[in-house]
Design a protein around this ligand. Structure first.
Ligand SMILES: Nc1ncnc2c1ncn2[C@@H]1O[C@H](COP(=O)(O)OP(=O)(O)OP(=O)(O)O)[C@@H](O)[C@H]1O
Length: 573
């Protein structure tokens, strides 16, 4: 049962076992709920048959019912509410843990607002459903067959009068499931789309303002909101109509029980006690059905969210083990890769970046240089061929142990909304303040950090919003210095640096890269002229590789790039 719940509702192990307990408690609560009806029947039995019991019996029975109810409601409350809140925290951590094991390819196909909504809003909706709907619905579906059998044994005609309309009411709700799910999915998708548009409108304020797009964007957002509302109303309508009909059927059931019961009583087939008992039973069952119908609608509503979590969980995670690597030569052999299945980005890429050497990747914009770096660092997994580090296929190395061996500085710097010191310390969590400062000095950060109001303790805003592009770049270089890993990957690190800063960082880098495997991308060809190996990438393929002088003879693309670089130097606006 645990596994079934875990799979069906996308719960954690703990959550599934709590749901089983809560469902059993709900089932027992439904049974105990019938006890007051039984007490009433005993009382009527007395009044009709004059079979008087003493007051102690009634007091004892009532106290017993109260005690049982109290215990069960407490168990139900504890499992439903207390554990539910724990489950939602566990579920969020579980999703976050799964996300952390996914390759970047997953994130390039899903936007971040969608994923954060899954973790926050969807889990909150599931949390509400676990605490209010799931256990009570499951409990009722355990209770209903039991009570049906007892009612049918008591009197088959009256039993059928109670049960049949309820079965019809449930069939109506089940029959509407497909339509409800379809409309809910439409609404869910639209909500995601709208929140993504809002996020984009907030993030792109600079572009929106500078290109005078504010009015257009606002109108577009209004339109999307209106569309969303229409879809919402339709989804609500498709949920409410079957609920209304099923509620009506259950009301009719009550009338049928009275009609059939009175008829049977008048014919002398049942005594008044039976009549009262079945009427009381149908009242109690109706109460249950009313609640459960609403709960089922809620379960239909969260279906799309549960499927979203299942989809995240079923995505292939990056596998691998912690491995010892004896040397850090990086070998690419016939590597192919595509972000989207239909467009190959890299085709049969082969070259080796040796330890103790600087290897530069050069080529036109969009030819695939950054993609190669992403594959080497397993931010994405290659599709075909092989990438080996020290002779070990990188797919066999866990991302955790691989990342420990690589320092990366990408062109798109990402910083955390915390202090300067903490941002640098990400390179090495155990680093002392002295080490952090030394890394900052090597990356030429000291001057601007010292000018900040709180120096190293200054909090730099979301993604370093309070810093300039060059300062952010230098902080990320300081991180790499601090990490001091055997493989260094530098993607266009000079893009946001002025000549003075670049020169100083170059000098520091020359110390850092001794004995290491360095792969570098730079559009400033002058800065890679002295590289031990220059690999020319053309449209996802290796056109040539060698030293600068060799390539000047052998590679037309390299020649072309060098010529263009010279032209760029004399270009004036
Ligand atoms: N996350 C992604 N999803 C889909 N396509 C991508 C993604 N990143 C890059 N691409 C595409 O892959 C191709 C290679 O991009 P890549 O960034 O590797 O080129 P590059 O040589 O590093 O370019 P540049 O010098 O301009 O940085 C391009 O056509 C690009 O549009």
């Amino acid at each position: 049962m645990n596994n079934l719940f875990k799979k069906y509702f996308a719960l954690t192990d703990r959550g599934a076992s709590d749901l089983v307990r809560a469902s059993l408690a709900s089932f027992l609560v439904y049974i105990v709920n019938m006890l007051p009806a039984i007490l009433l029947m005993i009382l009527f039995n007395e009044l009709v048959l004059g079979n008087v019991k003493n007051n102690i019996f009634y007091i004892g029975f009532s106290v017993l019912v109260l005690v049982i109810m109290y215990i069960l409601l407490r168990v139900e409350y504890n499992t439903l509410y207390n554990s539910t809140y724990k489950e939602s925290a566990n579920l969020r951590l579980d999703i976050a843990d799964t996300l952390s094991k996914l390759p970047l390819s997953y994130f390039s196909k899903h936007n971040l607002s969608d994923l954060s909504q899954t973790i926050m809003a969807d889990v909150a909706a599931i949390e509400h459903a676990i605490s209010h709907a799931m256990a009570k619905t499951i409990g009722f579906f355990m209770f209903f067959p039991l009570i049906s059998i007892l009612l049918l044994i008591g009197n088959i005609k009256l039993g059928l009068a109670v049960i049949l309309p309820i079965i019809i009411a449930f069939l109506l709700i089940v029959w509407s499931k497909k339509i409800q799910l379809r409309e809910n999915i439409k609404y869910y998708t639209k909500l995601r789309d709208n929140s993504d548009s809002f996020q984009e409108a907030i993030e792109l304020q600079q572009e929106i303002k500078s290109f005078g797009l504010a009015k257009e964007i606002k109108e577009n957002l209004y339109k999307k909101m209106e569309e969303g509302e229409k879809i919402h109303l339709k989804a609500e309508f498709t949920a409410v109509v079957p609920l209304l009909f099923s509620g009506l059927v259950v009301q009719i059931a009550f009338a049928i029980v009275i009609l059939v019961g009175t008829g049977l009583f008048l014919k002398g087939e049942i005594n008044v006690l039976y009549l009262i008992g079945y009427i009381l039973a149908s009242i109690k069952i109706k109460e249950g059905v009313d609640g459960v119908s609403q709960n089922i609608a809620e379960l239909y509503y969260i279906d799309a969210m549960i499927n979203r979590i299942k989809e995240i969980r079923s995505t292939k995670v990056q596998k691998g083990e912690d491995k010892e690597i004896s040397n850090y030569d990086i070998e690419l052999k016939d590597v192919s890769f595509a972000y989207n299945e239909d467009t190959a980005v890299l085709k049969n890429v082969s070259f080796t970046a040796n330890q103790n050497e600087v290897t530069a990747l050069v080529g036109m914009s969009g030819c695939g240089k950054t993609s190669i770096l992403r594959l080497i660092s397993r931010l994405y997994d290659y599709d075909g061929g092989k990438i080996k580090i020290g002779g070990v296929d990188i797919k066999e190395i866990s991302t955790k142990s691989l990342f420990e061996k690589i320092s990366i500085v990408f062109q798109d710097v990402t910083l955390f909304n915390t202090s300067i010191a903490e941002n640098i310390r990400i390179g090495k969590k155990t680093a002392t303040d002295k080490e952090v400062k030394e890394a900052a000095r090597l990356a030429n950060c000291e001057e601007f950090i010292n000018q900040l109001p709180e120096g190293y303790d200054t909090v730099i805003g979301e993604n370093g919003a309070t810093l300039s592009g060059g300062e952010r770049q230098r902080l990320s270089i300081a991180r790499a210095f601090l990490k001091n890993a055997p493989i260094i990957i530098l993607d266009e690190i000079a893009a946001s640096l002025d000549v003075d800063n670049e020169k100083k960082i170059q000098e520091s880098l020359n110390h850092l890269i001794k004995n290491k495997t360095v792969i570098i991308i730079s559009h400033r060809l002058k800065s890679v002229e002295n590289a031990d190996k220059i690999v020319i990438i053309d449209n996802g393929e290796v056109e040539a590789f060698g030293k600068h002088e060799e390539l000047m003879y052998s590679s037309s693309i390299y020649n072309n790039l060098v010529e263009k670089a010279k032209l760029a130097e004399v270009f004036k606006y």
